[in-house]
Design a protein around this ligand. Structure first.
Ligand SMILES: Nc1ncnc2c1ncn2[C@@H]1O[C@H](COP(=O)(O)OP(=O)(O)OP(=O)(O)O)[C@@H](O)[C@H]1O
Ligand SMILES: [Mg+2]
Length: 675
């Protein structure tokens, strides 16, 4: 079918009749023709507006600007009259020419040029002009109205045609006998029914049977023809492209019971609606069933939605303000970063108080919620109960720590064995000295008895015996040596006590909250333990700078140091076989921007560059079975990461290996992401 060639414009909406009459008069202003004409036109009764023009161009300009009902032209102006007549187009207002008398020649020439009438300027000029003017104006207005109505009808026809052709719905007009009167291009496309072939056929023979039956279309048409209000039915059919669905409506058009049938395809809409519903159900299922608690809050922190996990974690239905549960640093972070600045963060740890008052450790992630126009509306807050994870974490750390203590056991045993050796020897010696002292004491008793008997001779004999035993046993030396043995044994036992204390401190697990720690002290006490096993092979160089306190889990940080030190020691041991000079471990600490920098360097075997990016993998080890599990660095790395820090390694095989750790002062209580 052809498309409408002209673009559609808004419907013309011209006034069909003007309230007053406008006349443009070509005459000498103030002259008798002008005066008499004005008097004549006043008789028209309506409100009359006459504008007098002395020249043709002036009048033509007014005529073209519209709204003029009549032109009255003074014939004596000759050429100017001819020019005005020549400038008129077919829609122009009628022109009356005023002749100075019965001037047939003039009349003829102006009629030829399209003038409507010629009026003589005789004695009854006023009446004649009024009558002629009235007749012309009425005729002109009637014609103008007709023209406007016709233009409007043409416009509506084009609009109708465009709608019928472009509407994405199949349209058909069915007559009272069920025959197709007309169909639109979409109908032809949908049902493979070219208009030429289907017009005049019964709709039952054109529409697929499944479609007719599923939508009860026959009945729909009958009811519409009988004048029932239009109803909507859903009809389905199947073709090469699969199952299709249509919304069907029918409406009576006229007294001849012709019916307009509209079939709008809704296959895609239906599929999308279904998909949307599935997606929504899926989303709801996920949110309702995940283990993580999920809350949606507005910009003020009021809870708009909470999933069941949130309810069970908080121990009550979360209503009202989130700040009832989230306080302190967590709340501040959420308000300032996410709600105010739109920054998301992940893995912030904190504590919340349940309704019952119980404190629960949680890990929180937060993302701003932005509507399709980019306006921030609030935030999605997701959090998990970390109680169990924290416990497991502590257990794993503890196990690993115990394993490193196992590795130290030989060194520790040696360290304890030494003082134990001389304490034992001293005690043995003290035992013998006690026997000697018992003999001296026996003679002292004899002397006391002799003194009690009152016999001077007996006293002298007893004193002699005491003297001889004392000099035999070298009592002075004996007493001095006793004191020395006791002093030495005390020193030895003090050393043992120290070692045991360090070990106990090390095997002690961390509390559940970070505390401020002096990392020089942590590094030093850990090095002291490791030192016990390696002092015979290794030189330990310490270069400690002044450090600010660092918020951390100190035991975990000691664990990191321990793992690095044990690795360094093992690397030295390995290099040490067949090497003369002792190996060296250098410890260095410095304050750095926002935190501290700690380095553990050894001049052991080093790490081949191919291994460098695998050493932090769990279970990567180059050590013999039973020596290494390959967990040390992986655990150390994770501890540092959890503290918001970084760990780097560089190594020159055969020369040295250096591990550098940076830890921020706040111990990485919250990890943040860019928005
Ligand atoms: N200072 C070092 N010098 C040379 N190699 C090292 C050093 N530190 C680590 N490595 C290498 O990295 C590997 C992994 O170290 P990691 O501490 O993770 O495990 P491990 O020491 O083998 O076993 P574990 O520590 O669990 O007992 C080691 O096997 C070793 O090859
Ligand atoms: Mg190790």
């Amino acid at each position: 079918m052809e498309r409408p060639s002209k673009p559609l414009r808004p419907a013309p909406d011209e006034p069909l009749s003007a309230p007053s009459v406008v006349v443009a008069l070509l005459a000498e202003p103030g002259g008798s023709t002008a005066q008499r004409s004005e008097q004549a036109l006043v008789r028209l009764g309506a409100e009359v507006e006459v504008s007098v023009h002395a020249t043709a161009p002036e009048l033509v300009r007014q005529m073209r600007s519209g709204g003029v009902d009549l032109l009255v032209l003074d014939g004596s102006l000759g050429d100017a009259v001819q020019r005005v007549l020549a400038a008129r187009d077919p829609d122009a207002p009628p022109a009356l020419v005023v002749a100075q008398g019965a001037d047939e020649k003039l009349a003829l020439s102006v009629f030829r040029r399209g003038a409507a009438d010629c009026v003589a300027l005789g004695p009854d000029y006023e009446e004649v002009l009024a009558v002629a003017a009235l007749e012309q104006i009425q005729r002109f207005r009637a014609a103008a109205e007709r023209g406007a109505a016709e233009r409007r009808i043409r416009w509506l026809e084009r609009l109708h045609e465009a709608i019928v052709e472009e509407i994405p719905a199949a349209l058909a007009v069915v007559d009272a006998r069920g025959r197709l009167v007309t169909v639109n291009p979409e109908f032809a496309r949908c049902f493979d029914a070219p208009p030429r072939e289907v017009v005049g056929r019964r709709f039952q023979d054109v529409l697929p049977e499944t479609l007719r039956e599923s939508g009860a279309i026959g009945r729909l048409i009958e009811r519409a023809a009988a004048g029932h209000a239009p109803e909507l039915r859903l009809a389905r059919m199947r073709d090469a492209s699969g199952e299709r669905a249509f919304g069907v409506r029918a409406q009576r058009l006229d007294e001849d019971r012709r019916v307009l049938l509209v079939l709008a395809e809704v296959t895609l809409t239906e599929a999308l609606t279904k998909e949307l519903a599935t997606l929504r159900r899926f989303g709801e299922n996920v949110i309702e069933n995940v283990n993580s608690a999920l809350l949606v809050v507005d910009l003020e922190g009021r809870i708009n939605y909470a999933n069941p996990a949130a309810e069970s974690l908080l121990g009550e239905k979360p209503i009202g303000s989130l700040w009832r549960w989230f306080d302190g640093a967590l709340r501040e972070r959420l308000v300032e970063r996410t709600l105010r600045e739109g920054v998301r963060f992940r893995g912030a740890e904190g504590l919340i108080a349940r309704g019952s008052g119980e404190r629960v450790p949680i890990g929180t992630s937060c993302a701003p919620m932005v509507d399709p126009d980019g306006v921030r509306r609030g935030a999605v807050v997701i959090f998990q109960d970390l109680t169990e994870i924290k416990q497991l974490q502590r257990q794993v750390l503890q196990a690993e720590k115990m394993a490193s203590i196992g590795q130290l056991a030989a060194g520790v045993a040696h360290e304890i064995n030494n003082p134990m050796g001389f304490i034992h020897a001293n005690l043995f010696q003290l035992g013998e000295y006690v026997q000697d002292l018992a003999r001296v004491f026996e003679e002292v008793q004899g002397l006391r008895k002799a003194a009690a008997s009152g016999s001077l001779g007996e006293v002298a004999r007893a004193a002699e015996r005491l003297e001889s035993v004392a000099s035999e046993l070298d009592a002075d030396y004996l007493l001095e040596d006793c004191a020395k043995a006791v002093r030495e044994s005390l020193e030895g036992s003090e050393r043992i006590r120290h070692i045991v204390q360090d070990l106990r401190a090390f095997s002690h697990p961390d509390g559940s909250e970070r505390s401020d720690a002096d990392l020089n002290e942590c590094l030093d006490s850990t090095a002291n333990i490791v030192w016990t096993m390696m002092k015979h092979v290794v030189m330990l160089t310490k270069d400690y700078g002044e450090l600010p306190p660092v918020r951390c889990f100190p035991m975990q940080i000691k664990q990191v140091f321990m793992n690095l030190l044990v690795n360094a020691y093992q690397a030295l041991e390995e290099a040490g076989r067949g090497r003369e000079r002792p190996g060296e471990i250098r410890l260095r600490t410095r304050a750095a921007r926002g935190g501290v920098q700690i380095e553990v360097e050894d001049d052991g075997v080093g790490i081949p560059s191919a291994d460098l990016n695998r050493i932090f993998d769990p279970f990567f080890t180059t050590k013999d079975v039973g020596v290494g599990t390959g967990l040390g660095l992986s655990i150390a790395y994770n501890i540092v990461k959890r503290h918001g820090g970084t760990m780097r390694v560089d190594s020159e095989p055969g020369v040295r290996t250096r591990f550098s750790i940076f830890l921020p002062r706040d111990g990485g209580e919250v990890a943040e992401e860019a928005p």
